[in-house]
Design a protein. Structure first.
Lengths: 296, 332, 350
């Protein structure tokens, strides 16, 4: 092309240097801030549970105090075995978070490797990876997770594997596009001419460009993972009782909701808060990373 | 039409003290500051400047095409007596295409890729109440006027089937089909090869003369300005710093910025010497300095240049320039 | 002028044919046999319009693409015999848009340091910092630019950084692909002057590619004019600019809008030479459209062609001194009345 010089009308207003850290930009987004606050509360609750800072042992049964409503002694009430619902919700939050983290770690790693392979190396690798991804993608994820859990057996690790595998295709797609675009960017061509190795170009020049979009995807995926995992637990495919999983608690709570609403409400609210927290944070992150909205 | 006729006629377009700013919570950032310019029938006027000088924004402001938060903050633009600043969308729409037409740098962004080019031209005419039959006749006539071969067949082609030069001809045909009095052009030949640019310029020059059209041509290319326009306004940091007959400006620039700019342009003839350079870079909008905006880069700047702002003043050569120091002093 | 020494960079009969873009399309020939010699310490300017193959030539020379046929010799060895980093230490590229050729996430100092460390041009980071300051000074930028990100600079400053990055590898040859085309007039002048100075100071050899005759003239010792994937004229800059032999070169020079008003488009009477030939070049305006025929690729646009031009392709031959042209009518003057007999097709694809 010829001279593409001076024609941009408002190009004089160059984007403000966005050197502010990502966390700071995220905090400036209303949705990001709300999401972070919610997640902080939930993570603190989980950490407290891990540290033993719970009102009661979540598995300790007390036949003398079954189905008590919320009170000073039991803020969230007790269940049909007299266990403290707050302590169990806190323990369930830990289980939910660890399952979601493992699940997303699995799909993020598999998806990034697959997406990079497909986008950066192209050719046969790309066709193979995208075909596998399309195949997995064609099966509804809850169905796929169900099949995997049925095959592997119950347990939170297996739930995580199931959720992770079923979300891998999404990560492959999300990573492949930008990798493909950056691979053809002039600065990657420049890196080739500068004599950099393929691995250096990949790790230093291509992958950092995918980091932002990957962070958004990871955050959003954590939200879905919590939901899918709760659904599997609800269907009885998660860790067996007496494990305190939020899905199982919602399932049990549903049966006795008429006489003890707190058994349904509190675990359900915990699930909603976790999903909402991740989704809001993910949305905020997306806006914080988007140059068109980041600097207003 | 001679030069005398041109200057005595009533201007088609009169820009008076036009200011454009970017409105934000923190206040208004000035982008264009007090630009005045007249364009008379049969006159080709150039607006030259580098990136960020405000030349394209001036044109968008005239067309009423500024997008929020950028807006006209002062001054007036009158088209044959009609005030365009603050005019309703309806008024502007009625004027666009019939009284004023515009040609942009990239025809691909202004042509609909999914519609035949003839339909696009006819649609513009129909919007101004031309009958279907007449619109299609005038479309073919317009394509013939821009010297596209086999216009009837060409009207049925899609934009992607045409070369860059042909697309730009289609854009000019579309702009002129409504028989406007004023043509605004924003770097329409910048993306074209020089041989094609030459053809487009001489085509527009011929049509312009035949129709006694008023043309405002925005360009960053001093060569195009030298070859194509009769009068020239040089913009720097949102202001017109020099305006006058093209030949007078090129032979005897009165503003140090114009002079430095001319020094920086390489030529295909003459002695081969190092090009003139202008130290520093233009001020960013929002941080326009007090006094003359060019003072910090100007070799002749006096103390007063950074305190007071020079205004456009008539010089003996027939040019107006906004500079305190007469050229006789800084050329020495 | 070319020196008698062996060329630092030589290409012979480079051909690049791209496969068709779609199943219905035809393969397109970007380069149809280009040979060139770049003498040490000189600048060869390559000028031509869009689609003439000049950027393809740049990509082949720096090894971003492989030629369909032909060889490139670097210091007498075939380019393919060099390993990538070895090639990079001899030959570097500066391209048109610095904002896309610089990694948007790397500061100037990390971008330059990376090159210095990869090519072992410095021992350790401490030395690298000093060298970064040197490199910035070479391109007339202050040390404060080391911490800048690309978007924190103007186009001219970013292009200087791109040049500094190329120089960090300490190459002997720079391929400059339209390095000033995205820049404003005053900034462009600075880059042209900088490139001229660097060539002398560092004894570099340049292959300078541009669409702009005036910029090419400013820097080149030799000028080659490309049309439809080959050189149609080549020679010392003074001869090519002042006594162009090929009708295409003449058309190109004539079309350059000179920054001196000569009234050619202002008051010229209707029907002047300018007006009567207007539009006649249009139908064949894309050189790509012409690549299918047997004769001279410029013949359909040429106002002085003869029958032979349509059937036989003229070779690039010495006409006078070191001045070559590929034209049977080299040097024949164009009269105002000369117009090609018939125009090409209309439905030419863009």
């Amino acid at each position: 092309m010829a001279q593409l010089a001076a024609a941009e009308p408002v190009a004089v207003i160059r984007p403000v240097a966005s050197r502010r850290s990502l966390a700071a930009r995220l905090w400036r987004q209303p949705s990001g801030r709300a999401g972070l606050i919610i997640l902080a509360v939930m993570v603190l609750a989980g950490l407290a549970s891990l540290a033993g800072l719970v009102p009661d042992n979540p598995d300790a049964q007390n036949p003398a105090a079954t189905l008590r409503g919320p009170s000073a002694a039991h803020l969230f009430g007790t269940d049909q075995y007299g266990r403290d619902v707050l302590s169990r919700v806190m323990a369930g939050t830990v289980l939910s978070l660890q399952t979601a983290l493992l699940a997303v770690a699995i799909c993020a790693v598999l998806g990034t490797v697959g997406g990079v392979a497909a986008g950066y190396f192209g050719g046969v690798i790309s066709s193979v990876v995208t075909s596998i991804a399309d195949l997995i993608f064609a099966i509804p994820s809850i169905l796929l997770a169900l099949a995997i859990v049925t095959g592997l057996g119950a347990g939170w690790q297996n739930t995580a594997i199931a959720v992770g595998v079923s979300y891998t295709p999404i990560f492959i797609r999300v990573v492949r596009g930008p990798v493909l675009a950056i691979r053809n960017a002039d600065y990657v061509k420049a890196a080739q001419v500068l004599g950099f190795s393929r691995m250096r170009i990949l790790f230093r020049h291509v992958l950092p460009g995918v980091g932002g979009i990957l962070a958004v995807q990871v955050t959003l995926a954590l939200g879905w993972a919590v939901l899918i995992e709760a659904s599997l637990d609800f269907l009885g495919l998660g860790p067996p009782p007496p494990a305190a999983t939020l899905g199982l608690m919602v399932s049990d709570g549903t049966n006795i909701a008429g006489i003890a609403w707190w058994n349904l409400a509190f675990p359900a609210i915990a699930v909603v808060l976790l999903v909402l927290g991740f989704t809001l944070t993910g949305d905020g992150l997306r806006d914080a990373l988007d140059p068109s909205t980041a600097n207003n | 039409m001679t030069d005398r006729d041109v200057t005595s006629a009533e201007p088609v377009l009169a820009i008076r003290d036009l200011s454009v700013g970017l409105r934000a919570r923190s206040g208004v950032t000035e982008l264009i500051r007090g630009v005045s310019l007249d364009i008379r029938p049969g006159e080709r006027v150039g607006l030259v400047g580098e990136s960020g000088s405000g030349k394209s924004l001036t044109m968008l402001a005239v067309m009423g095409l500024l997008a929020s938060p950028v807006a006209v903050t002062g001054g007036s633009v009158t088209l044959g007596g009609t005030q365009l600043v603050g005019a309703s969308d309806r008024t502007l729409r009625a004027l666009r295409g019939s009284e004023i037409a515009m040609v942009y740098q990239d025809p691909m962004t202004s042509l609909d890729p999914l519609q035949r080019v003839g339909e696009q031209i006819a649609e513009g005419l129909r919007a101004h109440g031309v009958s279907r039959h007449e619109a299609s006749e005038r479309t073919v006539a317009a394509l013939a006027e821009v010297q596209l071969p086999d216009p009837a067949r060409l009207a049925r082609s899609y934009p992607h089937e045409l070369s860059g030069g042909m697309r730009q001809r289609v854009m000019i045909a579309a702009a002129l089909a409504g028989n406007p009095r004023l043509l605004l052009a924003d770097e329409p030949t910048t993306a074209l090869d020089v041989t094609i640019q030459r053809q487009i310029l001489s085509l527009v020059a011929r049509i312009q003369r035949a129709r006694n059209l008023a043309v405002l041509w925005v360009t960053h290319d001093l060569g195009v300005a030298a070859q194509f326009v009769q009068r020239l306004a040089v913009m720097y940091a949102g202001r017109v710093v020099e305006v006058g007959p093209t030949t007078a400006i090129f032979s005897d620039p009165q503003h140090p910025y114009t002079a430095a700019l001319l020094d920086a342009v390489p030529s295909t003839t003459g002695e081969r010497a190092a090009l003139g350079q202008i130290p520093g870079s233009p001020p960013e909008p929002g941080s326009f300095p007090a006094g003359c905006s060019f003072a910090s880069r100007c070799r002749q700047a006096l103390p007063r240049c950074t305190r007071a702002e020079p205004i456009l003043e008539q010089r003996p050569s027939g040019v107006e320039a906004a500079c305190f120091v007469p050229p006789a002093e800084w050329r020495a | 002028m070319s020196s008698p020494a062996a060329p630092v960079l030589a290409a012979s009969d480079l051909v690049k044919i791209y496969p068709p873009a779609s199943r219905a399309g035809r393969p397109s020939t970007a380069l149809a046999g280009v040979s060139l010699d770049l003498a040490e310490g000189t600048c060869l300017g390559v000028v031509g319009e869009s689609g003439c193959g000049k950027s393809t030539l740049a990509r082949l020379l720096v090894g971003l693409e492989r030629p369909t046929a032909g060889t490139v010799l670097l210091q007498g060895q075939t380019v393919t015999s060099f390993r990538r980093p070895e090639l990079a230490r001899r030959l570097q590229l500066v391209s048109q848009d610095p904002f896309s050729s610089l990694n948007p996430r790397l500061t100037v100092s990390s971008a330059l340091t990376e090159v210095l460390l990869v090519h072992h041009r410095v021992d350790g980071k401490k030395q690298a910092a000093a060298r970064v300051a040197d490199l910035l000074e070479m391109v007339s930028l202050g040390p404060q630019f080391a911490s800048r990100l690309p978007h924190e600079m103007s186009g001219g400053q970013a292009q200087r950084v791109a040049i500094a990055r190329a120089l960090a590898a300490e190459p002997q040859i720079l391929v400059l692909d339209e390095p000033t085309s995205a820049l404003d007039v005053s900034v462009r002048a600075g880059i042209v002057n900088l490139l001229a100075g660097l060539r002398t100071d560092l004894a570099l050899s340049y292959l300078f590619i541009s669409h702009d005759m005036a910029v090419i003239r400013q820097l080149s010792d030799q000028i080659g004019v490309m049309y439809a994937g080959r050189f149609v004229e080549r020679g010392p800059w003074q001869s090519v600019m002042s006594e162009p032999l090929h009708p295409y070169t003449r058309a190109l020079l004539q079309a350059v809008p000179e920054p001196h008003p000569d009234g050619s488009l202002l008051g010229g009477p209707e029907g002047s030479a300018e007006e009567s030939t207007e539009g006649t070049l249009e139908p064949g305006e894309s050189p790509a459209a012409a690549s299918a025929q047997n004769g001279c690729k410029y013949a359909p646009r040429c106002p002085i062609r003869i029958d032979r031009c349509l059937t036989e392709e003229p070779p690039l031959e010495i006409v006078t001194g070191a001045h070559e042209a590929a034209c049977y009518r080299a040097g024949v003057p164009v009269e105002p009345g000369d117009v090609p007999a018939e125009a090409g097709g209309v439905g030419e694809r863009a």
